[in-house]
Design a binder for this molecule. Structure first.
Ligand code: XMP
Length: 515
């Protein structure tokens, strides 16, 4: 991508580093996260317009703490240090940092001291509620700096050297609990660094449509379509960029839920002139899963069978050079990377191993984007809400939602129950409020009574969760009438089920899927 202004965020291992990147991008400024182990030359080659030093768990007072080459402070670039980043600036630039055994964690009141461009339109309030998470703090500012804020606990909660455009905050402006945190970050990006707000998803689409044909030329690209938003957006982007040289492969593994894939594929068929290879491989997958109940074994078999089926089909297309994947930015970066760049790359968990095995070069048009940005790209491309806001569906499909052994009968029970869950979520408009909602079939039977008869039948669990990024999640507080309706309908309409339970566990310690 041709980027006008780029903020480089050096990651010292804070759990909030990705949030800093998201906040700058939401303000229309492109940002990238790099491990703090990057050398000064590598950093310079990235041509940053401004640098942000993230927080992190270490203490600058210990000998093995991650550092930064002091030369970067002589480049005349605007620098913002956050939490550990502030302590590091103080340490490197000649101030003093006080070690601490205790961590201050949570809300704090911030009182403004000296004027600072970061406080523009913010300092009208006498004080701000800010989010702190630190052990050490700055005891003495470096030469050239002034103290611009304090809290009830620490005398130096923010410092600035306006002349050299260097700013530092002990609190986290990137977290939602910090009042006016967005405004403070925007003041840094626009007032201090003078950056322009040019990162929009329509400029992203334009530049992809320009660059992808240059990158790919007249070569052919193969792309696995799953029906999920990431692969759909990749396919539509590439379809617009290279037309018929894109070949999409959709594999029906027999583990899809009712309508899964078909709805999206049907839409794409109707609206885009795609080369679509629709592979029916149900028997291959289901016969290999017969008699198995171990979740890891199921996942592995599905993984390598997918690769086998995909590869077989791709080989039939002569002259394929590229494999397109919906890798997203969180797959590329990993926080806590101060131990070295080795921890940085994570392979895609659905098609891991495919590119090496098939000797194909990768095309990953979404690798710079967060999920919310992919949704905006989907909207830019004119895709409908049911694709843009589609719930995630795991690669191994219903195999990890039929707990225990997978049989045709058990898959069919789950499909019918799940269809009711989807329908009731949609009908009540809760589908778009939750992260994910689905049914799980448990490997046990319980006693019930229907009419005057004793029954002994299956149990369905409802799993409906709220989440931002699937890293953490909580069970959705769905109105009880809706849960009641789902339960009644499942028990009345799905033969073989006489009990429905609601999963009220959060992640962690549970996970979203049951297997
Ligand atoms: P867990 O169960 O780990 O799930 O809390 C987090 C999110 O990831 C989805 N998930 C998968 N997605 N392939 C996928 O594409 C997989 O193997 C896989 N396993 C879990 C899950 O649905 C949730 O959104």
């Amino acid at each position: 991508m041709d980027i006008q202004d780029k903020v480089i965020i050096l990651d010292f291992g804070s759990q909030y580093t990705q949030l800093i990147a998201r906040r700058t991008r939401e303000s229309g400024v492109y940002s990238e996260i790099h491990p703090c182990t990057i050398t000064a030359e590598e950093l310079k080659d990235l041509q940053p317009s401004a640098i942000i030093l993230s927080g992190g768990p270490a203490s600058v007072t210990s000998s093995d703490s991650p550092g930064v080459d002091p030369v970067i402070f002589s480049w005349g670039l605007p620098v913002l240090g956050i939490c550990y980043g502030m302590q590091l600036m103080a340490h490197v630039l000649g101030g003093k940092v006080a070690p601490s055994l205790d961590r201050e964690y949570g809300r704090s009141e911030l009182f403004f001291q000296d004027k600072s461009p970061l406080w523009d339109r913010v300092a009208d309030a006498e004080k701000l509620t800010v989010w702190m998470s630190h052990g050490d703090h700055v005891l003495e500012v470096p030469p050239g700096f002034s103290v611009t804020a304090k809290t009830q606990n620490i005398e130096i909660a923010a410092m600035a050297d306006v002349e050299r455009r260097m700013y530092a905050l002990q609190f986290h402006p990137e977290v939602a609990h910090t009042e006016q945190g967005d405004e403070i970050l925007r003041n840094f990006l626009f007032h201090v660094a003078g950056l322009k707000s040019t990162w929009t998803m329509s400029s992203f689409v334009d530049s992809m449509l320009h660059n992808l044909p240059l990158q790919i030329g007249d070569d052919k690209v193969v792309c696995g379509l799953s029906g999920g938003i990431d692969s759909t957006v990749v396919a539509v982007l590439l379809n617009k960029a290279i037309g018929k040289n894109l070949h999409c492969i959709f594999v029906d593994n027999g583990l899809l839920r009712a309508g899964e894939g078909d709805e999206v594929i049907g839409y794409l068929r109707e609206h885009f002139d795609l080369n679509l290879h629709y592979i029916k491989a149900q028997d291959k997958f289901l016969s290999r899963l017969e008699g198995l109940d171990d979740p890891e074994q199921k996942r592995k078999i599905i993984g390598y069978t997918f690769i086998e089926v995909f590869e077989e089909e791709a080989k039939k297309i002569p002259g394929v050079k590229y494999l397109a994947q919906g890798t997203l930015y969180p797959d590329v970066i990993e926080s806590v990377s101060f131990k070295g760049p080795s921890a940085v790359i994570k392979s895609h968990h659905n098609v891991g191993g495919l590119p090496e095995k098939m000797d194909l070069a990768l095309v990953e048009p979404l690798r710079e984007l967060f999920k919310d940005e992919v949704r905006k790209v989907a909207q830019e491309l004119g895709l409908p809400d049911f694709i843009v806001w589609r719930h995630p569906f795991p690669g191994p499909g219903l195999a990890i939602r039929v707990i225990g052994e997978i049989t045709d009968e058990r898959l069919e029970i789950l499909r019918q129950a799940d269809k009711i869950v989807q329908h009731e979520l949609m009908a009540s408009n809760w589908y778009y409020k939750v992260w994910q909602g689905f049914a799980v079939l448990l490997p046990l039977k319980t006693v019930g009574v229907m009419g005057d008869e004793r029954t002994y039948e299956h149990v369905i669990a409802l799993r409906i969760v709220d989440s931002i990024d699937a890293m953490t999640a909580d069970w959705s507080r769905i109105p009880t009438e809706i849960l009641g309706r789902m339960s009644n309908r499942i028990i009345n309409e799905v033969k073989g089920v006489n009990r429905v339970v609601y999963d009220i566990s959060s992640k962690p310690p549970s996970t979203i899927e049951w297997e």
